[in-house]
Every structure is written in structure tokens, then in C-alpha cells.
Ligand binder design. Structure first.
Ligand code: HEM
Length: 457
């Protein structure tokens, strides 16, 4: 067969394409390159000596999702996030047995039954959100969704209360986390030598990591002091349970890494999803009207939602799925081939990092009709059947896909339903999307107006 060469923009010696990537908005840059190489379906950049492929052709992504050929690699930026995620599930290396131990120990905590068990706590936190909005006029959506999602994962997972809605400032843990994720993103395009020379940044980074670790130690200490070690939440399982396959227990060090991982992974993306969902609803009034009709039917008046009501929702879940298509909070995930191989007919080596660009995959004109349009009916059962099997991967792939998917969707359905049950939302300033990237994506400074619906009826 004819070997084709992979399209790649010209770079500099040594640094390759590294400096072409803007430090605070890498995703935007990748989007531009993907538009330039739309036909090819992929492009290659040389980043600090690594050959990195960025892929959005659905057939090539299907190949990358074949777990017999590709595995999740821990390269920058994930290898940098490992500074604080350690061998927790998100940043564990493929060859670390502790990934399997923790995965099997924690799986029961993410079953459908567990979601039902967490419901009262999810409800309590969602009530805090609507309680705050009831006495507000303008609200900062991503900030309050961050409060919601952080309080929800910490209460359900660790029986720990951040009480975020009681404070006008975001919790110091969140500030430290935001700065650490941003620093990880900046280091992703720095030569290690440069990182070493930036002493002040490094000191700040270390101290932010310390802030996060101190909080994690406090979470674990509180649990140990109450003697409630046998609860079946995430922390209870990690402290007590053994891996059913190997009989292994998790070390204290690993539990610390897992708690920190869950505190971050468990809220950062869900808050983005909920923020983008409200953005989409405001841009699409006919869909907003359908969502209102749904909550008015299932949750008339002051009806308090139950788990079963939330599972009956149909419009709202489709709003969430379509939001994850157009605005994937995690913009990309990366794999590596076990062996030298071909991808879409292009020869690649086992040193290649291959990144799935979700924003471009999810709008690929070859497989999505009217890709830019927010159309929740794509997610009707009869229409789903026509989707390309690899064209939608907001939660990643295979065994390393998101363990918290159902958790996020349950929490998001509930929060969105309760917001719409209670409030007329509007956007008098006609917000223009401005993405803030701290590895994950969120709309920056997105504020909306909320008015109690009953007061106007
Ligand atoms: C992994 C997305 C919510 C915990 C992942 C991955 C993606 C993702 C794309 C794979 C990353 C990779 O391959 O490198 C999302 C999105 C969410 C969400 C879009 C919300 C809308 C959550 C929640 C939790 C969670 C609520 C916890 C309660 C994790 C963990 C992993 C993971 C622990 C690592 C899994 C492993 O490798 O074993 N997520 N996530 N996520 N997610 Fe989520």
C-alpha cells in the first residue's frame, strides 16, 4: 500500500510546534488546526520532542478505541497532573496493578443502586443551589455549579461537607485546584528545564498541592474519628474493602490519591456540563420550552423530586447528551499503540501519542447532520441507531472510560430539573461564549438572571 505522510504544520528545531500553542487556550488552537486539516481527519504536532497526533476522523477514532491495539498513555499533561493525582484512577499507568485493585473495589459505588442511595444527599445539595438562587437576581452559573458539584461528590463520596453555598468566595481547595490545573496546562508546553527555572511558580504549585493534600487528610481523619468506617460510600469501600480478584487492599497513600482524584474529577466536569447546558437552553428557546413543559408535567408546583421521577425525565437527559456533544468539558483524551502500527492507513510508532479531539469528533460533518445545531432529537432512540459507533465519546473509552458517568448524569438531571421547576432564566446581557480552559473547559463569567416562576404566574 502507498504510505501517506501525516499532515503537520511546520515547526521549529527542538521546540517543534510547542510555542505555537497559546498557553491559556490550547483547545482553541487545536480547533483551528483541525479546521485547516478537515479533510485529512488528523494532524501531527511535534511537542517537546514528542510526536503527538490529533485525531477527529470517526473511523480513525474507532481504531483508537480498540483496546487490543491502544491503551491510555500517561504523557503530558496527565503525567503532570500525576504530581497531585498520583496513582489514583485517573492518572494511574496502564501497567500499575493498583488501577485494577481500585477499579474493582470502587465499581459497586457507581452502580445504579448506589445512585439511588446517594439521591437524598444529591437532593439536599441541589436544594442549597435553588435556595441561593431564590434570593439572588443575577447568578454566576459556573461558580454555583462548581459549588453544587463539589459539595455533592464530597457529601456522597466521603460524608464531608464543604458548605460551599454558605460562602461568597470559592473554597480555598478550589482555588488551589484551579491554579494547579492551570499550571499543569502551562507546564505541558514548557521544556522541563524552563519549569525548573521558574522557581516562584514551582513554589506556588507545590504549596497549592499541599493545600489540596491537607484537605484530603482532613477528610480521611474525620472519617476515622467518627468510627463510621463501614459505610458503603467511596471512602468506606476504600478503607475496608479488598479487591475481589486479588484480595489486595488499598494503601493509605493510594487512598489519599483516590480521594483527591475524586474531589477533582467528580466536580470539575459536571459543573462545566451544567453551565454549558444552561447556555444551550438560553440559546434555544424552543428547547427550553420543552424542558419547562417536562418539569411542569413531572414536578408540578413544589413537588420534591424523587429518584424515580428523575429517571422518568426524557427531554432533560437529551439536553445533557446534546450539550456533551457540542461542549465536551473534557476536550480530549489520549491513547498510545502497543506496537508500531497504522492508523487510518498512516504509519505510526509506539512512541506516538494519539489524542482524540472531542470537540471536532463530535461535530464531524461526515457523520453528524447539521453538526453545529443544538438538536436534542438526535438522542431519540430511533435516531441514535444511525450514529457512527465512535463519533461520541464525552466520557472516554473502554475500561479507562469515566467511572462517574451515571453519577454525573444523575446529579445533572436533578439539578437542571430543580432549577427549571423553580426559575424563569434569562440572559439580558446576551452572553457571548468565552471558554476558560484549566485542562477542562467552562464558560467564563457566564451570569444569568433568575426569577421565581410562581411569582410571575
Ligand atoms: C475518567 C469525562 C464526571 C470520575 C473520565 C474520562 C473522561 C471523563 C473523558 C477519561 C479520561 C481519559 O481517558 O484520560 C467526564 C465527564 C463528566 C465526568 C464529561 C461529567 C459530565 C465524573 C464524575 C466522577 C468522575 C462525577 C466521579 C464521581 C472519573 C474517574 C476517571 C474518569 C475516577 C478515571 C477512570 C479510570 O481511568 O479508571 N471522565 N467525567 N468523572 N472520571 Fe469522569
Amino acid at each position: 500500500s502507498v504510505t501517506r505522510s501525516i499532515p503537520s504544520p511546520q515547526g521549529l528545531p527542538l521546540l517543534g510546534n510547542t510555542l505555537q500553542i497559546p498557553s491559556h487556550s490550547p483547545d482553541e488552537h487545536f480547533r483551528k488546526l483541525a479546521a485547516e486539516y478537515a479533510e485529512e481527519g488528523l494532524f501531527q504536532l511535534e511537542l517537546l520532542g514528542r510526536k503527538v497526533l490529533f485525531v477527529y476522523d470517526p473511523d480513525m477514532v474507532a481504531e483508537m478505541c480498540d483496546e487490543t491495539r491502544f491503551y491510555k498513555g500517561i504523557d503530558p499533561p496527565l503525567s503532570i497532573v500525576r504530581d497531585f493525582g498520583g496513582d489514583g484512577l485517573f492518572t494511574a499507568r496502564h501497567d500499575e496493578p493498583v488501577w485494577g485493585h481500585a477499579h474493582r473495589i470502587l465499581m459497586p459505588a457507581f452502580s445504579q443502586r448506589s445512585m439511588k442511595a446517594y439521591f437524598p444527599q444529591m437532593l439536599e445539595i441541589a436544594q442549597n443551589l435553588v435556595g441561593k438562587w431564590a434570593i439572588s437576581d443575577e447568578v454566576n452559573v459556573p461558580d454555583d455549579m462548581t459549588r453544587l458539584a463539589l459539595d455533592t461528590i464530597s457529601l456522597t463520596g466521603f460524608d464531608y461537607r464543604f458548605n460551599s453555598f454558605q460562602s461568597p468566595e470559592l473554597h480555598p481547595f478550589l482555588q488551589a485546584m484551579g491554579r494547579s490545573l492551570t499550571e499543569a496546562m502551562l507546564r505541558n508546553r514548557q521544556l522541563p528545564l524552563v519549569t525548573k527555572l521558574k522557581k516562584r511558580q514551582d513554589t506556588a504549585y507545590r504549596s497549592d498541592i499541599q493545600v489540596m493534600q491537607d484537605l484530603v487528610d482532613d477528610v480521611i481523619r474525620q472519617r476515622r474519628s467518627t468510627g463510621r468506617g463501614d459505610t458503603k460510600d467511596l471512602l468506606g469501600l476504600m478503607l475496608k474493602a479488598a479487591d475481589p480478584r486479588s484480595g489486595e487492599r488499598l494503601s493509605d497513600e493510594n487512598i489519599r490519591n483516590q480521594v483527591l482524584t475524586f474531589l477533582i474529577a467528580g466536580h470539575e466536569t459536571t459543573s462545566g456540563l451544567l453551565s454549558f447546558a444552561l447556555y444551550n437552553l438560553l440559546r434555544n428557546p424552543h428547547v427550553l420550552a420543552r424542558a419547562y413543559a417536562e418539569v411542569d408535567r413531572l414536578l408540578p408546583g413544589d413537588t420534591v423530586p424523587t429518584y424515580d421521577t428523575i429517571m422518568k425525565l426524557d427531554v432533560i437527559p437529551r439536553v445533557l447528551e446534546e450539550t456533551l456533544r457540542l461542549w465536551s468539558p473534557i476536550p480530549a483524551f489520549a491513547v498510545k499503540p502497543f506496537e508500531d502500527t497504522e492508523l487510518g492507513g498512516y504509519p505510526i510508532t509506539k512512541d506516538h501519542v494519539a489524542v482524540v479531539l472531542l470537540g471536532q469528533l463530535h461535530k464531524h460533518p461526515g457523520v453528524w447532520e447539521r453538526p453545529e445545531e443544538f438538536d436534542i432529537d438526535r438522542w431519540l432512540p430511533e435516531n441514535r441507531k444511525g450514529h457512527h459507533p465512535a463519533a461520541y465519546k464525552p466520557f472516554g473509552n473502554g475500561e479507562r472510560a469515566c467511572i462517574g458517568r451515571q453519577f454525573a448524569l444523575t446529579e445533572a438531571r436533578l439539578a437542571l430539573a430543580m432549577v427549571l421547576q423553580r426559575f424563569a432564566i434569562s440572559d439580558p446581557d446576551a452572553y457571548r461564549m468565552k471558554i476558560k480552559q484549566m485542562l477542562t473547559l467552562k464558560p467564563e463569567d457566564f451570569t444569568i438572571r433568575v426569577r421565581e416562576r410562581r411569582a410571575h404566574e
